[in-house]
Design a protein around this ligand. Structure first.
Ligand SMILES: Nc1ncnc2c1ncn2[C@@H]1O[C@H](COP(=O)(O)OP(=O)(O)OP(=O)(O)O)[C@@H](O)[C@H]1O
Ligand SMILES: [Mg+2]
Length: 522
């Protein structure tokens, strides 16, 4: 199983500037929205317009209802006016009949002046009938008949003419009574219709009003509830960020207004802060490594200085012992001075290697012999007690060209990889626990491999191995920064690193360093 790393940080330079910079460009995390943006102000205006349109259409509908009621009122008014005219006409006719009856029974002969009085009564009744005949044209004939009767009464003022006229008047009174009853019936129907329409219209208005109020209220409640929930999410996310929580899944931004902008901004802020803090942590780690190496370096230099004098003295004594033996041509005691000389030589080499490795290096990239660097690192690290039972094998290709790199960075990377390999071999019952560090040139690149036959990694651990703070080790042994740091340093210079691992078999970490074009041509 192979995993390649992917570093998205912005590490600047390969040794010239040991600085990480906060990238303040627009968001790289979180969803991108292309939907049209509607501001809260626009939403408010839309809601107002919808409300105004609703109120307008309800008003229009109610005005049509009002027209209907107006028609009812006009009709009723006409009926009342007809009724009053009919009542007046009926009264005039009945009153005349009464007067004629009195006259008829008061004397056997009719007074000639009585005919004139009757004519006046008839005119009065006719005046009442004129208004009524507008609505009931069939009554117009009765008016003419009354005129004819009056003319007859004037011509022959007799009781017979009066009886005739009175009979006609009675007929007319009955017809007026019938018409009045019909009109009342119509009036009652009109009133019933009016009441029914009024009740239906009131119900309709109440229903429309309450449905509109309920719909508007529900829309406002939903809008405000969603707004409150989003603001609450936003506030609690801001608190989480302030309290130092990182790596949170971005807030789901489902709205396209100012609150949505705020939520996107808080998502962006979280990812930028996370990036910035990681970069800061990396920078701290590197500074810590440098300080540690500098302390070891000055100690190593002091120790080397102190032991060099006794070593030189011991070597001098061994040499003089050897010279004495040779001068005496004695075969006895020659081998012991050689042994002492070889061991003093070894002590001197070790102290030089440690001093070289830990000596302060320039922060800039320099031309390096990778094999020498690997050798010095392995010698230095081999004194760690974790390596006492481990075979540390170097397979260094002597043909590889020199590379331009920052010695401190390479030291840090290789030490992390070799220590990881040693940790993977800890507590493993294996006959031959081995770490192989190899170098070789391949297709324009230098390949450095650190292989172990340790416990290996399963798919999940392998896929997360480069993550910051991911570790399977106890807190006092690992912080999960080693591979994260390696990846940042390697990829920051345009190089790459990959891991291959099989559970219970072992792991290979490969670093591909790009060679300068000149070295490739050679
Ligand atoms: N050679 C290896 N063999 C088996 N597992 C490994 C090997 N190298 C790394 N791992 C796994 O990857 C994890 C992450 O490694 P990394 O070097 O980043 O952190 P660490 O070693 O746990 O802690 P730190 O390096 O900060 O001391 C380790 O905890 C371990 O589980
Ligand atoms: Mg590690």
């Amino acid at each position: 199983m192979v995993v390649e790393s992917a570093w998205s940080g912005s590490y600047l330079g390969c040794g010239t500037a040991h600085m990480y910079m906060l990238n303040t460009s627009l968001p790289r995390d979180g969803p991108k929205h292309t939907a049209r943006r509607i501001t809260l102000r626009a939403k408010g205006i839309l809601a107002f317009m919808a409300l105004a349109a609703y109120v307008g259409s309800v008003g229009f509908m109610l005005s049509r209802e009002r027209d209907q009621f107006l028609r009812f009122a006009i009709e009723l008014e006409r009926v009342y006016s007809q009724e009053s005219k009919l009542a007046k006409a009926s009264y005039a006719v009945s009153h005349s009949i009464l007067k004629w009856d009195v006259a008829f029974f008061s004397s056997p002969e009719l007074d000639p002046a009585f005919a004139e009085q009757v004519a006046l009564d008839v005119e009065l009744a006719q005046a009442g009938l004129v208004g009524v005949s507008e609505f009931y044209p069939e009554l117009a004939g009765d008016i003419d008949r009354m005129n004819a009767n009056v003319d007859r009464l004037r011509a022959e003022p007799s009781r017979a003419s009066l009886v005739w006229m009175r009979d006609h008047a009675r007929d007319l009174a009955e017809r007026l009574d019938r018409v009045t009853r019909q009109l009342r019936g119509r009036k009652n129907v009109l009133w019933d219709n009016y009441r029914r329409e009024y009740a239906a219209s009131s119900l309709k208005a109440a229903l429309i009003g309450s449905i509109g109020a309920a719909a508007f209220g529900a829309a406002m409640t939903l809008f405000l509830a969603r707004l409150a929930r989003d603001v609450q999410d936003f506030a609690s996310r801001a608190l989480q960020i302030v309290s130092g929580q990182r790596g949170l899944s971005p807030l789901a931004v489902t709205r396209r207004d100012e609150i949505g902008d705020l939520m996107e901004a808080v998502n962006r802020m979280e990812s930028e802060m996370r990036r910035w803090e990681q970069q800061l942590e990396l920078a701290n780690e590197q500074r810590f490594h440098k300080e540690k190496m500098a302390a070891i370096g000055s100690l190593a230099a002091a120790v080397a200085h102190e032991i060099n004098n006794p070593i030189a003295a011991i070597a001098g004594i061994a040499q003089s012992m050897k010279d004495s033996c040779e001068a005496a041509r004695s075969p006895w005691g020659r081998e012991q001075p050689d042994l002492i000389l070889a061991q003093t030589q070894r002590i001197a080499t070790i102290s030089r290697q440690i001093a070289e490795l830990t000596a302060p290096h320039p922060a800039e990239a320099e031309l390096l012999d990778l094999n020498t660097l690997v050798r010095n690192i392995c010698t230095f690290i081999g004194y760690d007690k974790r390596f006492h039972n481990i075979r540390l094998v170097l397979e260094l290709d002597p043909q590889i060209p020199a590379i331009t790199a920052v010695a401190d960075h390479l030291t840090q990377i290789l030490m992390n990889l070799v220590i990881n390999a040693a940790d993977a071999l800890e507590d493993i019952e294996r006959p031959d626990p081995t770490i192989v560090v190899a170098t070789r040139a391949s297709e324009g690149e230098l390949l450095v491999t650190v292989t172990d036959n340790g416990k290996g990694m399963n798919g999940d651990v392998l896929s997360r191995a480069f993550e910051k703070s991911f570790t399977t080790k106890p807190a006092d042994k690992g912080r999960g920064l080693g591979l994260f740091l390696c990846k940042a340093l390697i990829e920051g210079c345009g190089n790459r690193i990959e891991l291959e691992s099989t559970l219970d078999v072992g792991t290979a970490a490969r670093i591909y360093l790009t060679l300068p074009e000149r070295a490739v041509e050679q």
